[in-house]
Design a protein around this ligand. Structure first.
Ligand code: FAD
Length: 329
């Protein structure tokens, strides 16, 4: 295997085939690491119709944007992605490969690390260069402590949470976009039958600027209807703590926390949520936190910027009415 060099970002695209905000944050983080290690920043992009996204990523890199643009790559398919990426990274091993701590990143990187015999640190909340090595920080013990880890294999892989990297600024020189001459495997054991875009009860939480979450104190599915209305009025998404998900009041895709999604919206509204460490792990980086809880001693108030003590059934209707009065911008 060749010598490991360069920082590589595994890019993800949104439904509009643009790099996700997390991908851009990783490019910003990659710029910093690459500069500290005096190496190049590269991106790997697998997709279909991904040319424009590759050009956009090239503005932030200094090395290469490796692009495989194939109809078979229009959605994440683990077997195809592993085969293509493992082949690619064997011939160009990176010092560090970063992916978002997304559904795809969480599924793909452990498989890739196993295939390439590399160390992997998942769920990173901080990365920094010390001497000539990268140190990775991640929550442990249910979010009660942070561990800083080093990887001893020549290539290190990591999944990174949202808002760890800064919004990127274009690099001095643009990266070259290199089309890859790789044929995805024709035969796979896993067949994708279709794709369903979740809407209504479900929610694209990670990208939402406002998240309105409900907890066990909502008492049932009905209260989540009110949270959805508020989220829609604020241009946001609905989240939940774990009990409503376990009880079937909210979809599992809505769960925020250490075993759910990690979000960092501009505004996080926690309704009838006590503020367990497992829940806080998923939302404590939010811009402003607003809590509504009937218990004045609820822990959530300790981490909130604004708190309202009271019954949600009394508070939410007037809050909704006030939102409706606001002029549309
Ligand atoms: C391994 C593991 C992983 C976990 N992962 C997660 C995770 O990812 N996400 C997560 O959220 N949890 C997770 N949990 C569960 C976590 O420990 C807590 O049990 C959970 O977060 C509590 O949810 P809650 O705040 O909604 O419920 P509770 O702690 O029961 O709090 C309910 C709150 O609602 C308030 N309330 C009740 N009625 C009303 C009302 N009418 N009006 C206003 N306020 C009201 C109460 O005062 C209370 O503060 C995990 C647990 C374990 C062991």
């Amino acid at each position: 295997m060749a010598d490991a060099k360069g920082i590589y970002i595994l890019a993800e695209l949104d439904e509009g085939l643009k790099p996700t905000s997390l991908t851009l944050e990783l490019m910003g983080l990659g710029q910093r690491l690459a500069s500290d290690l005096a190496t190049d920043l590269n991106a790997v992009l697998l997709g279909s119709g991904a040319q424009a996204a590759a050009q956009e990523l090239a503005r932030y890199g200094t090395g290469e944007v490796l692009l495989l643009d194939e109809p078979a790559l229009s959605g994440y398919h683990p077997e195809i992605y592993i085969e293509v990426l493992a082949g690619l990274l064997r011939s160009r091993p990176p010092l560090v490969l970063l992916a978002g701590h997304t559904s795809m990143g969480q599924d793909l990187l452990p498989r890739l690390a196993f295939a390439l015999d590399c160390g992997l640190v998942s769920d990173c909340v901080g990365l920094r260069v010390e001497g000539e090595e990268v140190l990775f920080t991640r929550p442990v013990y249910g979010g009660n402590a942070l561990a800083t880890q080093r990887v001893e294999t020549p290539t290190a892989m990591a999944t990174v949470r949202a808002r760890v990297g800064d919004a990127p600024s274009p690099a001095g020189t643009a990266a070259a976009v290199i089309p890859l001459e790789v044929s995805p495997p024709a035969q796979t054991r896993l067949e994708m039958k279709g794709k369903e875009v979740l809407s209504g009860r479900e929610c694209p939480l990670e990208e939402a600027p406002v998240v309105v979450s409900g907890g066990r104190g909502m008492g049932g599915e009905e209260g989540f209807g009110q949270l959805r209305e508020i989220a829609a009025l604020m241009g946001g998404a609905v989240g939940a703590s774990r009990p409503p998900v376990d009880s079937g009041w909210a979809a599992s895709t809505c769960q925020v926390g250490i075993t759910g999604k990690v979000v960092a919206p501009d505004i996080y509204i926690a309704v009838a949520i006590s503020g367990s460490t497992q829940h806080l792990s998923g939302m404590s980086e939010s811009g402003k936190i607003v809590a509504i809880n009937k218990d004045p001693d609820a822990y959530i108030f300790k981490v909130s910027d604004y708190g309202v003590v009271g019954e949600w059934k009394q508070l939410l209707p007037s809050f909704t009415a006030a939102l409706k009065e606001l002029p549309k911008v």
